[in-house]
Design a protein around this ligand. Structure first.
Ligand SMILES: [Zn+2]
Length: 209
């Protein structure tokens, strides 16, 4: 994985983090702690803003991980081996070894990531509403409300119909289904990935924000 280091394994899938993640994590926490949260929720003390910043960054990192894991676990279920997942704070890549044999499989593997991000957005949004209604501490409402928004942005960004984003892969699957060819403009079943050589080409499902 180059300059990545493995932080954990989930069902045998290595989860790697690039070293630059540490810098991005620091900048992200700093901007939340010093800029965003003091502006949105004035009057709290510095330690509270720092706690909110770290909690937000870790939970967002976990959200990106769940997005990528959904691609990876569904791929494995479809018989496509996963080399690993590489993460950075604002996105990630699940590296698939092999290609889906059918358009519907491609669409499902690509679509599940944004679906997970939308579900996470709804869960955090629900938590923010609950915190508001029950009068929970402001940091809980602030963090969950922010996470609802960034997960929705993550889903929306990934649904942009451009490769290598998830939306681009769903569009490719749709074109593949319509034209009976994996490569638009090159008709014919011979070009479908399932019929190409069995050598495992590596490909990825990526996301970012
Ligand atoms: Zn994705």
């Amino acid at each position: 994985m180059g300059s990545s280091f493995t932080i954990m394994r989930v069902r045998g899938i290595p989860i790697g983090v690039h070293w630059s993640w540490l810098i991005i994590f620091g900048i992200f926490v700093w901007s939340l702690t010093k800029v965003l949260y003091p502006a949105a929720y004035p009057g709290l003390d510095g330690a509270t803003y720092l706690g909110m910043g770290i909690a937000t960054a870790l939970l967002f990192f976990g959200s990106v991980l769940l997005h990528e894991l959904s691609h990876a676990l569904l791929s494995e279920r479809e018989g496509i081996h996963i080399e690993g997942i590489s993460l950075w704070l604002l996105g990630g890549v699940a590296r698939l070894r092999g290609q889906p044999g059918r358009p519907s499989t491609e669409a499902r593997i690509a679509g599940v990531g944004p679906l997970v991000s939308v579900i996470l957005s709804l869960l955090f949004g629900g938590l923010a509403l609950l915190a508001n209604r029950l009068g929970w501490p402001e940091p809980v409402r602030g963090v969950s409300s922010y996470l609802a928004q960034v997960n929705l942005i993550l889903a929306g960004f990934n649904l942009v119909p451009a490769l290598p984003l998830d939306g681009g892969r769903v569009l490719r699957a749709w074109l593949w289904d319509r034209q009976r060819s994996y490569y638009p403009g090159r008709p014919g079943p011979r070009s479908e990935p399932a019929r190409r050589s069995a050598s495992c080409s590596s490909r990825s499902v990526s996301s970012g924000s």
